[in-house]
Ligand binder design. Structure first.
Ligand SMILES: C[C@@](CO)(OP(=O)(O)O)[C@H](O)COP(=O)(O)OP(=O)(O)OC[C@H]1O[C@@H](n2ccc(N)nc2=O)[C@H](O)[C@@H]1O
Ligand SMILES: Nc1ncnc2c1ncn2[C@@H]1O[C@H](COP(=O)(O)OP(=O)(O)O)[C@@H](O)[C@H]1O
Length: 297
């Protein structure tokens, strides 16, 4: 018997970052939007825990117990006093180390799939609690849609969205490490007063109205200067998207994937074409959101 779960990627339409906390994490006001690029996690009963992965970036995915999908299966099995005796297969379409929460998607997907396969019957609250244990972004991968993440990003408030937003994503030639980008944020901010992170009222209103122009005027990412400092060529990709008429251009989360907001699907195709022709990125995809979180298919 097998269970397959489909899980979306995310883009951060606002990422406000506070000062480093004593535990090493940063307080955030993190406005997530789930977009229609997906990983699929399939779990099948097996003699022992095994992981396989296919897809364009599969070579960069760890196939040992550090894989977030394996960690999810092990944590759930541990809580319910059973073995994590499953074959986990990840069909990966979300770029690896791209700031789109691909690993988090696989963690949330494996958790939901194992819960269904084993008939664990864990409550939504318990699943969210395990997600937060796995990583700051993992609860959002379970929930999807749009949400404000506070704390280190794991405490979610779901948000109303009044329409569909059309995006273009440019994948970079290499990845960026999330901890390294936060360290660079700290370095760049040394000696400066870092304000408490707060969600922008205007941005939440733009989401609620489904107004792309208003959203474009309010998107922001406090990690962007740090990502650009570590990966200066990203500025060329952002400039190419801006020149092609994107309403807004930004680095997705800790990067290096860059995100471009368009007014509609046609506008997104035009920006995508121009980015492909620009030679400033490895691959280009279009996707819209919000879309639902982890779902058994
Ligand atoms: C930056 C964001 C924005 O959504 O996503 P990505 O761009 O990586 O996808 C997230 O905050 C990433 O969340 P996630 O990838 O789950 O990170 P975690 O595993 O919890 O933490 C990895 C490391 O990132 C740093 N970290 C993460 C979250 C946070 N609020 N403050 C931090 O300083 C810490 O150095 C931590 O050890
Ligand atoms: N299932 C997984 N898929 C991708 N990366 C994973 C996975 N599990 C663990 N990782 C590790 O997490 C790192 C960050 O990956 P990912 O979640 O794709 O990026 P990001 O945090 O930028 O969104 C990878 O470089 C990899 O070492």
């Amino acid at each position: 018997m097998s269970v397959t779960v489909r899980v979306p990627a995310k883009v951060n339409v606002q990422l406000a970052v506070g000062a480093a906390r004593p535990d090493g994490f940063h307080g955030l006001a993190n406005v997530f939007l789930a977009v229609g690029l997906y990983d699929e996690v399939t779990v099948t009963a097996a003699d022992e825990l095994r992981i396989t992965c296919t897809g364009p970036d599969a070579g960069q995915v760890p196939l040992d117990r550090t894989n977030l999908a394996a960690r999810a299966a092990l944590v759930l099995a541990g809580r319910y006093g059973r073995e994590a005796d499953v074959h986990l297969h990840i069909a990966k379409d979300i770029p690896v180390a791209g700031g789109m929460a691909g690993g988090s998607a696989d963690g949330a997907g494996a958790l939901l799939a194992c819960d269904a396969l084993w008939g664990t019957g864990a409550s939504r609250e318990e699943l969210l609690d395990i997600c937060a244990e796995l990583g700051s972004d993992v609860p959002f991968s379970l929930v999807g849609g749009a949400a404000l993440g506070t704390g280190r990003g794991e405490q979610l408030t779901e948000l109303e969205v009044g329409g569909t937003f059309h995006w273009v994503f440019a994948m970079a030639s290499r990845g960026l490490s999330t901890p390294a980008v936060f360290r660079e944020f700290d370095r760049l901010g040394e000696g400066r007063d870092i304000p408490e992170p707060v969600a922008s009222r205007d941005l939440l209103d733009a989401l609620a109205k489904g107004d792309a122009d208003a959203l474009a005027a309010t998107v922001s990412n406090d990690l962007q200067p740090a990502a650009l400092s570590l990966f200066p060529e990203l500025a060329d990709t952002l400039a190419a998207g801006r020149a092609a008429g994107a309403l807004a251009t930004l680095v997705s989360g800790s990067g290096p994937t860059t995100a471009f907001l368009a007014r509609d699907a046609e506008g997104a195709e035009a920006v995508a074409g121009a980015l492909r022709a620009s030679g400033t990125c490895r691959a280009v995809r279009t996707a819209s959101g919000p879309v639902p979180g982890a779902t058994v298919v």
